[in-house]
Design a protein around this ligand. Structure first.
Ligand code: PT1
Length: 267
């Protein structure tokens, strides 16, 4: 069954929570609520990677993320994932109890691959064209699916060569990261192919602008679109869905599980 990763932003400029959870106690409360709602993983991020976002320093990211990771680990039985590209943050977050490194830069930062390998935790490798600041200015591919898949396999093999076992690697096509609406749709359509490869696939589309483009709705009104996309991703093989709305997604996936099996008993 597809697992649910709940998004916990600790960034003051977080793209859809408007800094609501910037305060540590609120962040931890929100994490615990997502655990109660059925989240399998809580993804803690300190640096926004949405389109147009600017990067922050190591210390600032540590200050945002570490106390929250520590508090969640102390109060809940859940895997905490750290959404970071910085090796120093990976190391400190795992020392604080994180059990997964989620890197939108796919461990390409200097020292990140070696650091993650040394930590012995699973990793999620995401595809991104460009950098958050300018990735949405005219993204181009000759063949988006082939290029994204080749990149992810290359990064996964680099991880294996560095000592990260195949069982500890997740891949992610990176919806919204240097992709036009059509690129995102092409990648979504290729989920059966991507999910049929050697690595489990994580899908993150929750509240993203591709859903805004499809529905004409602003970010605060994308719940139904997000749940629909999560259900479809699960239906087509996603191992993990990364979502804001955990309770709604968990219910939808339970219904999918039972009714899909009723329609297709072989699944
Ligand atoms: C993701 C992801 C992530 N997304 C993983 N980590 C974000 N593994 C942060 C938009 O188009 O998909 N997978 N960490 C958030 N980034 C974005 C990107 C937010 C695009 C919004 C958009 O609106």
């Amino acid at each position: 069954m597809t697992r649910v990763m709940g998004i916990l932003n600790t960034t003051p400029d977080s793209f859809s929570d408007g800094g609501l959870w910037a305060d540590r106690n609120h962040a931890v409360e929100h994490a615990l609520a997502m655990v109660s709602a059925g989240a399998d993983i809580i993804d803690v991020g300190g640096e926004s990677t949405r389109p147009g976002a600017r990067s922050i320093g190591v210390q600032e990211e540590m200050d945002r993320v570490l106390p929250v990771v520590e508090a969640i680990v102390a109060q809940a039985t859940v895997t905490v994932s750290v959404d970071t590209s910085k090796p120093e943050v990976m190391k400190a977050a795992v020392a604080a109890g994180a059990g997964l490194v989620n890197d939108v830069f796919a461990l390409r930062q200097d020292g990140a691959l070696e650091t993650a390998a040394g930590l012995g935790v699973p990793v999620c490798l995401m595809h991104m064209q460009g950098r958050p600041r300018d990735m949405q200015s005219d993204p181009r591919y000759a063949d988006v699916v082939t290029e994204v898949e080749a990149f992810l396999v290359e990064r996964a093999l680099a991880c294996e060569a560095a000592g990260i076992s195949r069982a500890r690697i997740l891949i992610d096509p990176g919806f919204g990261f240097g992709k036009s609406l059509q690129h995102n749709i092409d990648l979504f359509r290729a989920l059966p192919r991507l999910c049929g490869g050697d690595y489990p696939v994580l899908v993150g589309v929750s509240r993203k602008s591709m859903l805004g483009a499809l529905t004409g709705k602003p970010v605060e009104d994308r719940l139904a679109a997000s749940v629909a996309a999560a259900v479809l991703a699960a239906r087509h093989g996603a191992a993990v869905v990364r979502v804001h709305d955990v309770a709604e997604t968990v219910d939808a996936l339970k219904v999918l599980q039972v009714l899909e099996t009723a329609v297709h008993p072989s699944r």
